[in-house]
Ligand binder design. Structure first.
Ligand code: DX5
Ligand code: ZN
Length: 233
């Protein structure tokens, strides 16, 4: 891997890490709340982008990524953007330009999965592909060699605070087998101190948590509690 920035992001993605999702943060105090979890040790911050088409809600765009990029970089951390948008190939460039070091898009959202992955490679960003609960793990077979992250949705995308779909656990083994050990396997949705260790045992190494962290009165402590639950395995 020749690009040093991409190499350091890729190294962060390969650890066992809890990844705070800002979807449940207080947007009036966003930089402050992100600062709290960075100070507690978070090294990947997850930004959920929704377009009102691929999923019903509309959330945020590149301006928020840009507003957080410097604070996150200062901490030696990285921004991971999770695009829940149709035709992500039309937008990945804006997010990388705004400061995303890794961009994850949905396999269900484009007929051009390999093309989108190549665009991201050319832009020097890490590449993630996400699959919904109804999409089987082998959907990633032909793209596995292009990936830095394989994201297994453990709820149907669109909203924070939904309950973990427990049969996702059965998908994580096949997903790890499909992508191998050199690709991060990430879970997103319903992750907390009880579901994170179950996902770790089933093969995941990155644990996105939104409401379990930012829905708590003390996000730093909530982050640490989930981090301890996976370190303890
Ligand atoms: C949901 C998003 C998630 C969301 C998870 O579609 O992709 O990243 O923030 O929220 P919790 O952790 O509350 O399930
Ligand atoms: Zn997400």
């Amino acid at each position: 891997m020749s690009d040093p920035a991409r190499a350091s992001s890729s190294e962060l993605l390969m650890g066992v890490r809890v990844v705070p999702s800002i979807l449940s943060a207080d947007f009036g105090r966003l930089r402050e709340q992100v600062g709290e979890v960075l100070e507690a040790g978070a090294r990947i911050i997850h930004v959920d982008v929704m377009d009102g088409h691929f999923v019903p809600p509309i959330t945020i765009g590149p301006l928020i990524v840009e507003a957080l990029a410097e604070r996150v970089r200062e901490a030696g951390a990285m921004l991971e953007v999770h695009l829940m948008i149709e035709r992500p190939e039309r937008h990945v460039g804006e997010f990388v330009k705004a400061g995303a070091q890794s961009v994850t898009f949905h396999a269900e959202a484009t007929p051009n999965v390999a093309y989108t992955a190549n665009l991201l490679h050319d832009l020097g960003a890490c590449v993630g592909v996400a699959i919904n609960p109804a999409t089987p793990a082998p959907a990633l077979i032909d793209i596995a060699h292009e990936l830095d992250v394989a994201l297994c949705m453990t709820v149907n995308p669109g909203w924070g605070g939904q309950p973990f779909i427990s049969h996702s656990l059965e998908k994580l083994g096949p997903m790890r087998a499909t992508v191998g050990e050199a690709v991060a396997v990430e879970v997103d949705g319903g992750i907390d101190v009880s579901t994170a260790p179950q996902c770790l045992r089933a093969g995941a190494n990155l644990f996105v948590a939104g409401s379990a962290i930012f829905g708590s009165a003390d996000p730093a402590e909530a982050y640490l509690a989930i981090a301890r639950s996976v370190d303890a395995e």
